[in-house]
Ligand binder design. Structure first.
Ligand code: HEC
Ligand code: HEC
Ligand code: HEC
Length: 475
């Protein structure tokens, strides 16, 4: 049976399918070849959906119903529910044309014309080519199993509940130009740039956001907060970034999430490696590495690289201001962490050392707190890695309070890592509640007042103008 592919509307991307079909027909002139062309397109779409990690958000946690939705992306504005994108006609995208699908994925506009929130990474997917959108569409419509599961409605507070306001946001932050190859660079570099900026959306997490939650284009890859976790600076800066990493280091990290003596992947990075990056071809990983190592280096106030805090000897530890045996942080460390990471933080097989470690050498505590709260869970490179989390909700019996997490963090930073970082219980509480709020969220409760003030100012202005006119008339 021949698969039916594509939207009824003629689209640019149909030319690509046409090309494959024509090539197939020219080669053999039979319908079987056209069918192979469709299969090729579907396989390309499957690969792209992996490279884009659509599954990360569109599948419920632990979900067996792939792409049926039911996962809430936690944003500073509240929970935004990823939807059912299986070809279910009732609840999914079964009735969507390729045009409508392309508009949602790249422009952030749903079938009914309403605006999507950028929790769906369409600002990155905007780079995806027409050919690749056609392949993604073919895969989702013809290969994904339809699941008739209704969506959870996203209900944000006013003013964020007004989806139309995203039109203004898009004017400021959405660049609709598709990926443009740079003729002065190699084919490998261009492939890497395309994957990193488009499907693999590294900047969604690794680029800091401005007060309006848009990516700060002058700080690409310089590090961004995701709430509890922090996606560090991955520019080639020798101190603030990953300039000291070799090609092999970065390749190994994207494949396995573990480079001994440098960094382990937890949180959203562990998920991205597990579901997406480890499955990419060698050529594509090489291309991403080539590109990421070529972006402009961006520095910070740090003077020591986070990977370079060396093992402490005892006197040094004391000089650094490390707490002694009567310190609550030390007692928590020896009771809770030392069994795996060693009393001297030296680690063991399967357990990383706590010095020469990106998390303890960082100039901010986010990822140490996140690691203690959530632990590390990663299935990559054929190895299942697990550190238990000590957040009260997850493990009531072994849980640590916010004060205890602050104490043990202070001990770990002072003894093994960056001694300049100090953690308070309030900081732990704030991070566990989703991190510091961006300005627009802080101002949101005042929107009605702002609107009221705006109206008053407007009325005063009219009154002023009228008075002026009257005076003129009187004069
Ligand atoms: C980082 C999380 C995330 C990733 C990755 C992601 N999405 Fe989404 N997507 C969302 C969220 C959240 C929504 C709902 C947004 C809203 O309600 O405004 C959404 C909405 C959509 C919609 C609109 C559905 C509807 O019913 O209106 C489509 C289509 C879609 N995504 C397809 C994809 C595809 C295809 C991929 C991979 C190429 C993908 N998404 C990757 C989070 C994500
Ligand atoms: C969904 C969010 C997300 C995406 C997408 C993402 N990252 Fe990450 N990344 C993170 C987080 C969070 C960390 C910190 C993990 C940790 O320390 O446990 C991280 C860590 C890293 C590190 C280690 C840095 C260090 O100092 O330890 C590298 C290298 C990296 N990412 C590269 C990439 C590249 C390249 C891409 C795109 C191909 C990418 N990431 C996409 C969230 C993300
Ligand atoms: C049961 C063993 C175990 C215990 C207990 C444990 N860890 Fe871990 N820890 C691990 C494993 C396993 C990893 C992940 C190794 C990997 O990613 O390859 C890890 C990773 C880490 C990392 C790096 C995380 C990242 O995302 O880069 C830090 C930092 C850390 N642990 C600190 C701690 C602290 C502090 C405690 C005590 C509160 C603790 N660990 C308790 C096993 C443990």
């Amino acid at each position: 049976m021949r698969l039916k592919i594509g939207a009824p509307e003629p689209r640019k991307s149909n030319a690509f399918r046409g090309m494959i079909a024509v090539a197939a027909l020219a080669a053999g002139g039979s319908a079987a070849f056209a069918q192979d062309a469709d299969k090729t397109l579907i396989e390309r779409g499957r690969y792209l959906s992996t490279a884009s990690d659509c599954v990360a958000c569109h599948t419920a946690p632990g979900g067996s119903e792939k792409y049926a939705g039911g996962y809430a992306v936690q944003s500073p504005m509240g929970a935004i529910w990823a939807t059912n994108i299986t070809p279910s006609k009732e609840f999914g995208i079964g009735n969507w044309s390729e045009e409508e699908f392309a508009r949602a994925v790249r422009d952030g506009i749903a079938k009914d014309g309403s605006h999507l929130y950028p929790a769906m990474p369409y600002p990155s997917y905007a780079k995806i080519t027409d050919e690749d959108i056609a392949a993604l569409y073919a895969y989702f419509i013809h290969e994904v199993t339809p699941v008739d599961k209704p969506n959870v409605k996203t209900e944000l507070e006013f003013p964020f509940s007004v989806r139309a306001s995203m039109a203004g946001w898009n004017m400021l932050f959405l660049d609709r130009t598709r990926f443009q190859p740079d003729a002065t660079q190699s084919a490998e570099w261009n492939r890497g740039a395309y994957l990193a900026e488009g499907p693999a959306h590294c900047s969604t997490c690794h680029t800091p956001r401005n007060a309006l939650m848009g990516e700060d284009a002058s700080q690409t890859y310089a590090g961004g907060s995701l709430g509890l976790w922090y996606a560090p600076n991955i520019t080639p800066h020798k101190i603030a970034g990953i300039g000291s990493w070799s090609r092999d280091d970065l390749t190994q990290y994207l494949r396995t999430g573990n480079v001994i003596g440098k960094s382990q992947a937890g949180g959203a990075m562990a998920e991205a490696i597990e579901h997406s990056f480890q499955h990419l071809t060698d050529d594509d990983i090489n291309a991403i590495v080539t590109y990421v190592q070529s972006v402009p280096a961006i520095g910070s106030a740090e003077t020591v690289s986070r990977f370079d805090y060396a093992p402490p000897n005892e006197t040094e530890a004391v000089l650094r201001g490390a707490p002694g045996a009567d310190d609550p942080g030390f007692r928590l460390f020896s009771g809770t962490c030392a069994a795996c990471h060693g009393v001297n933080g030296q680690g063991a097989k399967d357990y990383p050392s706590l010095y020469n470690n990106a998390v303890t050498g960082a100039d901010r505590p986010d990822n140490l707190i996140a690691t203690i709260v959530e632990g590390v869970h990663r299935n990559a490179g054929g190895v299942a890695t697990m550190m238990p989390g000590f957040g009260p909700a997850a493990y009531p019996t072994e849980s640590l309070s916010d004060q205890e997490i602050a104490d043990v963090s202070n001990y770990v930073f002072a003894t093994f890592g960056n001694p300049a970082v100090k953690v308070t219980a309030d900081q732990v509480t704030e991070l566990r509640n989703g991190g510091p709020k961006p300005l627009i969220v802080k101002l949101a409760p005042y929107t009605p007042y702002a609107a009221a003030v705006g109206v008053v100012v407007f009325l005063l202005a009219i009154w002023g103008v009228l008075r002026l006119i009257r005076r003129r008339q009187a004069a």
